[in-house]
Design a protein around this ligand. Structure first.
Ligand code: NDP
Length: 349
């Protein structure tokens, strides 16, 4: 339990709302950054129901990529001891120049936070940056049993490799994280940098009001979409494919570096399991008999083997050891909790 003041950027995001929940549960004083007062008001109302005496305020940062974006927050709040930088664009179909849409907010946003801390954050001891498996996973090693991705692995992608939106996102995340570690190597700050490198993040929304949107945030939408699959579809759902982790584990990983010296300064790499669309459908159909004839069954056999052979091989044991987490929340539980929340919401509205 703590009374330390923590800055959480992008507080309205999917991962950030769960992180905020963890912070308030542990009695941190939190300053969130959001892009509008409406978002600040909405988040405050929802959390005050759960934590009536929550110490929660907001600062408006409309664009993390704008020069000096975080200076005022740190000038106004010299008491900040911990910084969790989660804000970064994670939406596709933006129809914008790749650099403007991904690279600039990811890299300049990270640089702006770190520079503001160096210049004004005299009490900051820990900085946690939400990076990604995008900064770790090597696309050429998918299905290669001899190449094990760990906390030390770096995706070799460069900006020159970018020829589509997904690669623009991936390269931006990798370059933003590189920038953060290089900043630390050059400036030798008094605070410690930790990065959290989650793979695709799933799980229930912190507040079911987020389900009112037509589509969910990019990662959660992958499960939501399967709930609209055609009940007559019997093809093998080989897509989407990848590795995943529960949002509640990811949120915890953001908070632990503030409290545990074994965790701060590390690159944290959480993965619960590998998946393909078929594996997810099998979990949904097994656990929700009420969806019989309402969503696809696909082609039941071979889902686990296909997922294992067509995603990256990985070892997250160091992250488990540093954090003391016994095991990641299992994929089955994540999918069940996500679907249950969506079905409950649909039946109420
Ligand atoms: P969300 O889209 O839910 O949240 C992103 C947050 O960043 C929102 O608060 C958004 O504000 C804010 N943001 C985006 N661009 C800007 C900008 N230019 N200026 C100010 N704020 C901005 O995504 P997630 O919660 O899923 O992702 C959070 C972080 O986790 C990101 O860094 C993402 O790259 C990383 N990540 C996510 C994974 C996932 O599967 N979800 C996997 C690996 C990493 P607003 O809502 O107002 O747009």
């Amino acid at each position: 339990m703590s009374t330390k003041t923590v800055l959480l950027t992008g507080a309205s995001g999917f991962i950030a709302l769960h992180t905020l929940d963890q912070l308030l549960k542990r009695n941190y004083t939190v300053i969130g950054t959001v892009r509008s007062q409406d978002k600040a008001d909405n988040i405050t109302v929802q959390f005050k129901k759960e934590y009536p005496s929550a110490q929660l305020t907001f600062a408006i940062v409309e664009d993390i990529g704008a020069s000096g974006a975080f200076n005022k927050v740190f000038q106004d709040h010299p008491e900040i001891e911990g910084v969790l930088h989660t804000a970064s664009p994670f939406s596709f179909g933006l129809n914008k120049d790749f650099k403007d849409a991904y690279f600039t907010p990811a890299t300049e946003g990270t640089k702006n936070v770190l520079e503001a801390i160096q210049n004004y954050g005299k009490n900051v001891k820990n900085v946690v940056v939400t990076s990604s498996n995008a900064a770790v996973a090597n696309a050429d090693k998918v299905g290669d049993k001899t190449f094990i991705h760990t906390e030390e692995t770096w995706n070799p992608i460069t900006w020159d490799d970018v020829d589509n939106e997904l690669k623009a996102y991936i390269a931006s995340k990798k370059l933003a994280e590189k920038l953060a570690w290089e900043f630390v190597a050059e400036q030798k700050p008094l605070w410690k940098l930790t990065t959290v490198n989650p793979t695709l993040v799933w799980g229930p929304q912190k507040f079911e009001s987020s389900l009112a949107n037509k589509t969910l945030n990019t990662s959660a939408e992958a499960i939501n979409k399967l709930l609209s699959s055609d009940p007559n579809d019997t093809h093998f759902f080989d897509k989407p494919i990848g590795t995943s982790i529960d949002v509640r584990d990811v949120a915890l990983l953001h908070v632990l570096p503030l409290e545990n010296e074994n965790v701060s300064g590390k690159r944290l790499y959480p993965i619960q399991d590998e998946f393909n669309g078929q594996r997810i459908l099998n979990i949904i159909n097994r656990n929700f008999p009420e969806l019989e004839s309402k969503i696809a069954k696909g082609s039941l056999d071979g889902a686990d083997k296909h997922a294992e052979e067509n995603t990256i091989y990985y070892d997250t044991s160091k992250t488990l050891e540093w954090t003391g987490i016994k095991s990641w929340i299992p994929l089955e539980e994540t999918v069940k909790d996500s679907v249950r929340q969506i079905l409950d919401y649909r039946s109420k509205h």
